[in-house]
Design a protein around this ligand. Structure first.
Ligand code: 4AD
Ligand code: MG
Length: 430
């Protein structure tokens, strides 16, 4: 009977066949241990010389890394492996022999591994990260569906620049100029006026010449937008959402987190509510900590965010940034003209900002003035302004960067390992 590694627990004591690849192997004169993978998981196959035909044992000893095969044997419980099962192999049928697989069990440099990303994805560690990523996506749909949000897909080719004009990928749209989307937000605002509570999940692009462990050129963002939600209402959604994805990964990816060596005690208490500090308080805190390069009005860099996050064991919201540091669409604080009703959510353990969000300006004239102040083409934002002409309401939304969130929850240092094929400053291959 054909099955998969993920399903072997249903076949203890039975003989089954699995289509697999050889990830690694060890053998002696009498026994061979085959590390097998089939995409759904990893299992050890044990080939005992005395129990199989000589030809099978010789095959097991000579089989090369990443050769594909059908392997047949009896599933047994194995309390020593974290997976809990192994296979007593009876037969091996090679499908395709792999010769000179480049990624051997020895250490390789990062650039080499990135050049071989199409193969590196097969490794245990990369497999685990992709499973965590998948679980976060699954839990995202689960959360927003349960909360009554409607999934809406904003366009990728656009004529607008929500996050500033300096980081746009330009392209031709027949005779017109177009950009790859930096954020679906503006379109999601239109969608919220039609459907109430909406969320998107899609690729976004930043032509940003940053080469840090937190920056990708192409990354995926989850962008909820809610009509009649004010700043504080939005923070509640954010902390509930982030708690839900962390707890879902803990529940459904324990094997993967173990394989990644993640200290799960640091994730267990990630439950709403999250602490909040204002930008003003953050500046004061940093100055007291000895960061004399920071003055009111300056943006925070990675070391500043890390210093702030270190004071908490949960993600922390930094709220009410200066208007001058943020995009044109944010609602001013009614009590203070110089700050906006916004928040960045900073992950613990140095992973940096995972969410940026705000209440949106809903006054037509102030918004129009901001568009001018930011030197944006009023023609391109005509439709966006019209949302403030026909029954404008307070509304808020945010964007969660998927890869930074995967990095944090997996405990992976660099975002390049959190997306199947990273687009980095110097990398478009493979
Ligand atoms: O803070 P950002 O730029 O916010 C927006 O784009 C808003 N329009 C979202 C909204 O309100 N709907 O980006 C949001 C998040 C960041 O907090 C970060 O997690 C991630 O997107 N992000 C990046 N991730 C990887 N590489 C980059 N270059 C990123 N830039 C932003
Ligand atoms: Mg931001």
């Amino acid at each position: 009977m054909k099955t998969t590694i993920a399903e072997v627990s249903k076949h203890v004591g039975e003989e089954v066949t699995i289509g697999a690849w050889l990830a690694n192997k060890r053998s002696s004169g009498k026994i061979a241990f085959l590390q097998l993978r089939d995409g759904t998981g990893f299992i050890q196959g044990v080939v005992v010389k005395a129990e199989v035909e000589e030809e099978i044992f010789q095959k097991a000893k000579s089989i090369t890394q990443e050769t594909s095969l059908y392997v047949t044997g009896v599933i047994q419980e194995d309390s020593r492996s974290p997976f809990g099962y192994e296979m007593q192999v009876r037969n091996l049928d090679v499908i395709h022999e792999s010769v000179d697989y480049p990624i051997t069990p020895k250490e390789h440099g990062t650039e080499f591994l990135m050049d071989n990303r199409h193969l590196w994805l097969r490794s245990r560690r990369q497999h685990a990260v992709m499973k965590v990523r998948n679980e976060i996506i699954r839990a995202t749909y689960e959360f927003f569906n349960k909360e009554g949000f409607v999934k809406v897909d904003p366009p990728i080719l656009t004529g607008s620049a929500p996050e500033g004009t300096s980081e746009l990928f330009h392209t031709k749209y027949f005779e017109e100029d177009a950009y790859l989307s930096q954020s679906g937000q503006l379109y999601m605002e239109a969608a919220a006026m039609a459907l109430g509570k909406v969320f998107s999940f899609g690729p976004t692009f930043r032509a940003e010449k940053s080469k840090t462990r937190r920056h990708l050129i192409e990354f995926w963002m989850i962008e909820p937008e809610m009509a009649f939600y004010e700043h504080e209402d939005s923070l509640k959604v954010q902390e509930e959402y982030v708690s839900h994805i962390v707890q879902s990964v803990l529940e459904n990816c324990s094997l993967e987190l173990e394989r990644l060596g993640r200290d799960t005690s640091k994730l267990e208490n990630i439950k709403a509510p999250f602490p909040r500090i204002t930008y003003d308080e953050a500046v004061k805190f940093l100055q007291e900590k000895g960061f004399d390069d920071i003055e009111w009005g300056d943006d925070f860099g990675a070391p500043h965010e890390t210093a702030i996050a270190e004071s908490y064991d949960k993600p922390v919201f930094i709220t009410h940034y200066p208007t001058s540091l943020k995009p044109f669409y944010m609602q001013p604080d009614p009590d203070r003209e110089d700050v906006v009703l916004c928040a960045d959510l900073i992950a613990p353990e140095g992973y940096g900002e995972i969410i940026g969000g705000s209440e949106r300006l809903h006054d037509h004239d102030i918004l129009s003035q901001r568009i001018n102040e930011h030197d944006l083409d009023p023609e391109a934002y005509k439709w966006y302004l019209e949302l403030r002409k026909y029954g404008s309401v307070p509304h808020s939304g945010f964007g969660l960067g998927l890869e930074r969130t995967v990095a944090w929850i997996s405990g992976v240092e660099h975002v390049r390992e959190t997306i199947p094929f990273p687009r980095l400053l110097n990398r478009l291959y493979p």
